[in-house]
Design a protein around this ligand. Structure first.
Ligand code: CS2
Length: 471
């Protein structure tokens, strides 16, 4: 079957989510919707999948057991640094009707201060300097659109599948802003021929381990270098605004709506917000996996509290009972068959905090609702940002602002107030509504001080007992 989709960022999440919906759609309805994957950095996925004709096994692990399924929707994977012209050929091919992305929050080049393009972002800066030879996602999309416009071809749909609020609007803004500098002649073409639907994506997908490969071998008899694993749950909510058609993704259960924003906020604040909170606190309390966190009564109570506080910041979500949603999320977090590392979720904190913890904290403050859950979560991130466990062992933060954080913390030592002030002052991270709110910063510092003095476990116990509930 011909390819109709070029996907940027062919990591495990894409292969456990959009590629599966596309596999279902191809099986039921056919159509020229195979996927050409693109890796913007590492050749690993291409080297795993291409010798296997793009085929790979998806393991689904539920409490009741494990299932293996071969996914066939990916045709091949290109490696951008190795073969950039082939990537541009795929993006400009007339069959290409959708360009989708899972490049993580930090891949976009979004300036948190302005909501626009961060011209200092490494890939954005490089691509603005040499727009005909792009390296990053936005650069590739704009150069491909420029070539399509020049050739008199049509546009395509840009489909962001990352955990950013209004992800379609965000990438539309970045593409337009980038094009205004790099290819101003295509702005009318973008308005007329390119759409940017927003999507909410959800499926917990831990990194593959030796156990993934061993189980695949036992279940299928194949040595599958591209095998991945995930949970049974999967959700995809999409705005139906495709400029040149789309696969029959409803087949696999995708839901098409006119406004995805309420669902995105719900997922980002309840699932991802609780995830970030439990990742920082759980990691420091010695829990390797999310399921271990859920087996810790104090932390499990804080997860429930967090979801409740996050739910209170939301407007009604069509067709969703938020109490039921929270209960289902906790059930998913408890899944004993999924080994999802707290350290994996803890990465890229500066990119995740705003939409997951800071925005809901501001809403809670405005509405006079409880904010302790957010103060605890942010304090846990600050403690985590020190990059050392309580026994002194160090770990990499794996955050694009890691160096800047280390420099900011250089002077602060172990003083909770100084640590918090240094991190609150990181440019563009904490909105004034939080950094300038004394009650909020005091609540945060009080928790960080206990974390520094008594350790994370003791803080979790006190927090779960409600010992700080008045601030
Ligand atoms: C997690 C997400 O790593 C993280 O930050 O919170 O990847 C989460 O597992 C997914 O969004 C679930 O859909």
């Amino acid at each position: 079957m011909p390819a109709g989709i070029v996907h940027l960022g062919t990591g495990a999440f894409h292969r456990a989510h959009q590629a599966v919906y596309t596999d279902d759609a191809l099986a039921k309805s056919g159509g020229g919707w195979m996927i050409i994957g693109v890796s913007l950095r590492s050749p690993d996925v291409a080297d795993q999948l291409d010798p296997q004709d793009g085929l790979y096994t998806l393991l689904t692990r539920g409490p009741a057991g494990v299932q293996a399924r071969v996914i066939g929707s990916i045709r091949n994977v290109l490696v951008a640094p190795r073969e950039p012209e082939k990537v541009l050929d795929a993006l400009t091919a007339s069959e290409t009707k959708i360009v989708s992305l899972t490049i993580t929050e930090k891949g976009y080049g979004l300036d948190p201060k302005t909501g626009g393009l961060d011209r200092a972002h490494p890939a954005i800066a490089a691509d603005l300097a040499d727009p005909r030879h792009p390296q990053g996602a936005i650069g590739f999309i704009v150069e491909a659109l420029r070539r399509r416009h020049e050739a008199g071809a049509g546009g395509f749909t840009v489909l962001s599948c990352d955990n950013l609020p209004s992800n379609g609007k965000v990438i539309a803004r970045l593409v337009r802003e980038f094009a205004a500098t790099a290819a101003p002649e295509i702005s009318g073409f973008i308005e007329a021929k390119v759409t940017f639907p927003s999507t909410m994506v959800d499926r917990i997908t831990p990194a593959s381990t030796d156990k993934t490969f061993a189980d695949v071998r036992a279940l299928t008899g194949y040595d599958d270098k591209g095998a991945i694993e995930t949970e049974p749950f999967s959700q995809w909510i999409i705005e139906d605004d495709f400029v040149a058609g789309r696969p029959d993704w409803e087949t696999g259960g995708a839901l098409f709506v006119s406004d995805v924003a309420p669902y995105e906020k719900m997922k980002l604040r309840m699932l991802n917000g609780a995830h970030s909170m439990l990742a920082y606190s759980g990691f420091l309390a010695g829990h390797r996996y999310v399921r271990d966190v859920m087996g810790d009564p104090g932390l499990a109570a804080l997860v429930a509290r967090h979801m409740k506080a996050a739910a209170a910041t939301l407007d009604p979500v069509p067709g969703v009972d938020l109490g039921r949603y929270a209960a289902d999320l906790q059930e998913r977090f408890r899944n004993p068959a999924i080994a999802h590392e707290t350290y994996q979720i803890a990465m890229d904190g500066t990119q995740k905090l705003p939409q997951r913890l800071l925005e809901p904290a501001i809403v809670a403050l405005e509405r006079g609702q409880p904010t302790e859950a957010f103060a605890f979560a942010v304090a846990a991130w600050m403690r985590y940002a020190l990059g050392r466990r309580e026994n002194g062992e160090t770990y990499a933060l794996r955050d694009p602002r890691e160096k800047e954080i280390a420099a900011a913390l250089g002077e602060a030592g172990s003083d909770a107030g100084a640590i918090a002030d240094a991190l609150l002052a990181l440019p563009g991270l904490f909105p004034a509504a939080l950094a300038g709110n004394r009650t909020w910063t005091d609540a945060l510092k009080r928790r960080l001080a206990i974390m520094m003095r008594e350790g994370m476990r003791a803080t979790i116990e006190e927090e779960a007992r409600g010992a700080f509930s008045h601030g």
